[in-house]
Design a protein around this ligand. Structure first.
Ligand SMILES: [Zn+2]
Length: 394
């Protein structure tokens, strides 16, 4: 069957968010190498000593548990931790016309403190908070915020400061009609990287394929979009628990677009009832799954407290893949939890320490060990999974 392809590339909305202030110069290579070696030494010492590093709480600065919860999940993302504490990020913070790098630097500094401080006393993330507020003014003040939204803003902010693309070329619309699906997916990904290409993208971003099929003529068009996380609806099965797979199946399930939602069919040249289905074209190394517990992130009117049963190991997403051969087995390493109601709630994090592989409960300034059978609760809100790949980790 012939397929139609519509290529749309958005104009650069993110660049406009930046202030045009010139960044300060990064230290010389030799300087950062010395720091890197020094940090490496400290980590090796920590490995050899009985106290595990990274087990440091974060002070609540007034309703900042949403931020602390996400920061702990990211601090236990071992590749991101290493990127920060080994100063690898500095290579990407090159100074050719970069407008601002303060958020990345402050984030890395915070992780370095969390992983190299000699005591386990809680740390105040106030300097980091100052920077995230500059990037995303909605986080100014001390109101309770949504952890998933915060994560999106933070990753976006970090990405922008280490984006390898310094000057984004003008978006061009290209007809990719003639290409087979997988080739089109690859081309769309390449186009994305021409504008958004960073260490953060390398690790956190995947690609979603949506296929639209016309109910009249059977014409199928495909659209490929990058995703930073998947927001999963919580399937309802009367009472009792649902599984994470149920939620992913609901997210990818074939959906009918009718009425006002009717898309224009390329072949019929008119708006037609269509079916739409999602598959995952490219699996990210780190998969963030957001359970849609709240009716709306900004104006929370209700919360679902359904227990979603999720696996700690071997979450196999092969059945949602666009291609049959894709490797898509994930292991859980962190959870951001929300307890309480829409009116008053509290965020905590459960994270697996990348060095000891033991689980800990991070509740603002308190860090306590926990058993892996305590991780699954109806408070689970944002799940962090890592693509399993035995050869990649020594
Ligand atoms: Zn049609």
């Amino acid at each position: 069957m012939r397929q139609s392809y519509t290529v749309t590339i958005t104009e650069e909305p993110l660049l406009t968010l930046f202030n045009k202030e010139l960044r300060r110069k990064t230290p010389s290579v030799s300087g950062s190498m010395i720091v890197s070696t020094f940090v490496g030494l400290l980590i090796n010492q920590a490995k050899n000593s009985k106290t595990s590093q990274g087990l440091v709480g974060l002070r609540n600065l007034g309703n900042t548990c949403f931020m602390n919860s996400i920061l702990q999940c990211l601090s236990n993302t071992w590749e991101l931790r290493d990127y920060c504490i080994q100063n690898t990020y500095r290579r990407d913070l090159n100074n050719r016309g970069r407008t601002n790098t303060a958020l990345m630097e402050e984030f890395a500094k915070l992780l370095q403190t969390m992983w190299t401080s000699s005591s386990n006393d809680p740390i105040s993330p106030s300097e980091f908070k100052t920077q995230i507020q500059k990037y995303a003014p909605r986080f100014v003040g001390y109101n309770q915020q949504d952890a998933q939204e915060f994560l999106r803003f933070l990753l976006d902010g970090l990405h922008n400061e280490v984006n390898r693309v310094l000057v984004r070329s003008k978006a061009i619309v290209e007809d990719l009609d003639h290409l087979p699906d997988n080739e089109k997916g690859r081309r769309m990904w390449k186009k994305y990287l021409e504008r958004e290409d960073s260490w953060i993208v390398d690790h956190f971003v995947g690609q979603l394929k949506s296929s639209l099929t016309c109910s009249e003529c059977g014409y199928c068009s495909t659209v490929f979009d990058p995703f930073w996380d998947l927001s999963l609806p919580i399937s309802k099965k009367g009472y009792g628990e649902v599984s994470l797979m149920d939620c992913i199946r609901l997210f990818t399930k074939e959906d009918v677009l009718d009425g006002d939602e009717k898309p224009t069919c390329y072949r019929c040249k008119t708006r037609r009832k269509c079916t739409k289905k999602f598959t995952i074209q490219k699996f990210p190394k780190i998969l963030v799954l957001h359970l849609k517990r709240f009716s709306e992130a900004r104006i929370r009117t209700s919360k679902l407290t359904t227990f979603v049963n999720f696996p700690l190991k071997d979450l196999d997403l092969q059945e949602f893949s666009s291609e049959n051969s894709a490797h898509a087995v994930y292991n859980l390493y962190a959870v951001s939890n929300h307890s309480g109601t829409t009116m008053g709630g509290h965020y905590t994090a459960y994270c697996k320490n990348p060095q000891s592989a033991e689980w800990y409960n991070y509740n603002d300034s308190r860090v306590t060990p926990m058993s892996s059978n305590q991780i699954r609760t109806s408070d689970a809100y944002v799940l962090f999974y890592e693509l399993s790949c035995p050869s990649s980790r020594i």
